[in-house]
Design a binder for this molecule. Structure first.
Ligand code: C5P
Length: 247
């Protein structure tokens, strides 16, 4: 269930800390503290900051960490890796659904209830159309994302990563508090010049049933990242019907 009453709009925002190293992360940890619900560490920061970066980000930001290393390997290797991630104290970690059910189950087993395993369905940088190959009709993409989400659910994953375009279909197929995490978010006013293809606005993603929106460049590259996060939170608040009425 997407319990919008208990959560504040900023709790929906996961900031993708896609920066070249620990030093470059510092200004964001300070300025976004209390303005986003979670910080996501990806490959770029992890390879330079090492495992110690997780505790550092948690301490400086006061927020949980999502370790987005998108694992895809043999089940035993994945199990041993998520066991290590559990020791790091991360809230969420990602594995590719395309690795198959045994790999997803191994990831969940390694995490031992300490880390929420999220299955990456189909990268949002893939254009709409067939998820694997060159690009016929969009319906195939939704069907494939839902198929992978069902597999993730059956494997004990905490949720999935999917685009906002598929969030409603996944929400319909998912039960209980299966988490839907949506990257490829672009604020309504932003021009699209980058590599994301299956994009939606923060408000549309939340309205479609997303529990979290992952936002990187629209906040990272803004002249005032804190203000950009605030503007996105306002849009989410409106989508949740939490916006206070003007006096
Ligand atoms: O800068 P932008 O808002 O596009 O950042 C998106 C973030 O979400 C990146 O860190 C990227 O690795 C991540 N992500 C994604 N698509 C997925 C899973 C994760 O874009 N399916």
């Amino acid at each position: 269930m997407n319990d919008s009453r208990k959560r504040r709009a900023q709790d929906y925002i996961i900031f993708a800390l896609d920066v070249p190293g620990p030093q470059a992360a510092e200004p964001y940890l300070a300025s976004l503290r209390g303005r986003v619900g979670m910080f996501k560490i990806g490959l770029e920061l992890f390879v330079r900051g090492g495992p110690a970066i997780v505790a550092h980000v948690r301490r400086k930001s006061g927020a949980p960490v999502f370790l987005d290393l998108k694992l895809h390997d043999i089940p035993e290797t994945v199990r041993r890796t998520t066991a290590g991630m559990a020791e790091l104290g991360v809230a969420f970690a990602t594995v590719h659904c395309s690795g198959g059910r045994r790999m997803l189950e191994a990831a969940v087993a390694g995490a031992a209830g300490q880390v929420g395993i999220l299955g990456v369905t189909v990268l949002t940088s893939r254009p709409a159309g067939r998820s694997g190959g060159s690009a016929p009709p969009g319906a195939d993409m939704t069907a494939e994302v839902v198929r992978r989400a069902r597999m993730a659910m059956a494997s004990g994953c905490a949720g999935v990563i999917c685009s906002g375009l598929e969030a409603a279909a996944v929400r319909k197929a998912a039960d209980g508090d299966f988490k839907i995490v949506t990257p490829g978010i672009r604020p309504a006013e932003a021009a699209v010049r980058d590599d994301q293809r299956r994009i939606v606005t923060p408000a549309a993603a939340v309205a479609a049933g997303a529990d979290y929106v992952v936002i990187g460049r629209p906040i990272r590259d803004a002249a005032d990242p804190a203000a950009a996060a605030g503007a996105i939170a306002r849009q989410i608040r409106e989508a949740l019907g939490q916006e206070p009425k003007p006096a």
